[in-house]
Ligand binder design. Structure first.
Ligand code: FAD
Ligand code: FES
Length: 278
């Protein structure tokens, strides 16, 4: 899998400006961000940045925009605690610190020419959206594209406008399911794993990409293996607590791997025997 070059020391914090924000749900806010001097972020889908707020702290956040959008980038932040709560108060015109991008993202060069089954659970749609929009912007380079999204309830569905666009495209198969419906919901109800058996795929030319909470990817991987997708063709983005993003602090270490540098994206084959990874 491709190793990514960090263009600065990794410690350098760039002062970036928030260009636009959008409250997506009561818990999640979308930020469009510009680096100084119009410099692009130059990231791969699946990579993350360390966001810093003076006097508050620093947190890893996935880049949720496609690298094809070069002048600005986007982050979708869920209010989970002190740092992310403070992020919710920020608006256009305010400044934040950015380090990165960090980590190994999705290997787009390897995915090219193959069919894709892209599976997101909850906030996992944020990093996956970067890959989805990259694939859509370069649609002719990929085979069949299927996107499966699972959310707790209809009010937790993120990127609703884009989902409508993906749903309408003839060259994308899109399905969404919620664990618990409300009276207006006319779609699927049930866990995301329930959507996988019905997917028509050729396992030898399919790469599956899974992003979501650990409980979700564990069961999704089981279903993908049942579909006979080779272990080397199942990619998973591991969710781990991270601090430095640089392979120094050990917060993200599982046995010999550092999720921040060796991942967060791994093939199932790479991590299946690493205790505590899956
Ligand atoms: C590679 C990576 C990419 C991420 N991408 C996103 C993203 O796109 N959007 C987003 O909203 N969040 C993302 N997160 C999670 C985000 O970093 C945490 O929610 C944040 O650090 C919590 O800080 P806090 O001070 O707000 O909450 P805290 O008070 O520190 O913690 C609140 C809750 O969040 C959990 N948490 C704390 N730190 C992390 C962490 N590093 N990873 C996962 N859970 C954590 C805690 O266990 C606790 O349950 C990502 C994390 C990683 C490692
Ligand atoms: S986050 Fe510090 S070693 Fe990975």
């Amino acid at each position: 899998m491709k190793k990514v070059t960090i263009h600065n020391s990794g410690y350098e914090v760039k002062i970036a400006k928030i260009i636009k924000t959008k409250q997506m749900t009561p818990q999640e806010k979308l930020f469009e961000i510009a680096l100084p001097g119009g410099e692009g972020l130059d990231h791969d889908p699946g990579q993350f940045v360390e966001v810093s707020l003076c006097g508050v702290g620093e947190a890893p956040i996935s880049v949720c925009s496609s690298p094809t959008n070069r002048s600005t980038f986007e982050l979708c932040v869920r209010n989970a605690g002190k740092f992310t709560n403070y992020m919710q108060t920020l608006d256009a015109g305010e400044e934040i610190g950015i380090r990165g991008p960090f980590g190994v993202g999705f290997p787009t060069n390897i995915l090219e020419g193959n069919d894709l089954l892209l599976v997101a659970g909850g906030l996992g749609i944020a990093p996956l959206r970067s890959l989805i929009n990259f694939v859509i912007d370069n649609r002719r380079d990929f085979g069949k594209v299927s996107i499966l999204l699972g959310c707790k309830s209809p009010k937790n569905v993120l990127f609703g406008d884009e989902i409508e666009f993906w749903e309408k495209r003839a060259d994308v198969n899109f399905a969404c399911t919620v664990d618990k419906a409300d009276p207006e919901w006319a779609g699927n109800v049930g866990l995301i794993t329930s959507l996988i058996p019905g997917i028509d795929l050729d396992p030898h030319r399919t790469f599956a990409v899974v992003v979501g909470p650990p409980i979700m990817y564990k069961f999704v991987i089981k279903e993908l293996l049942a579909k006979k997708i080779p272990e080397k063709q199942i990619l998973v983005s591991l969710e781990r607590h991270m601090k430095c993003g640089l392979g120094k602090c050990g917060h993200c270490q599982i046995e010999e791997i550092y999720c921040c540098q060796d991942g967060p994206v791994f093939t199932y084959d790479q991590i299946k025997n690493i205790k505590g990874a899956i």
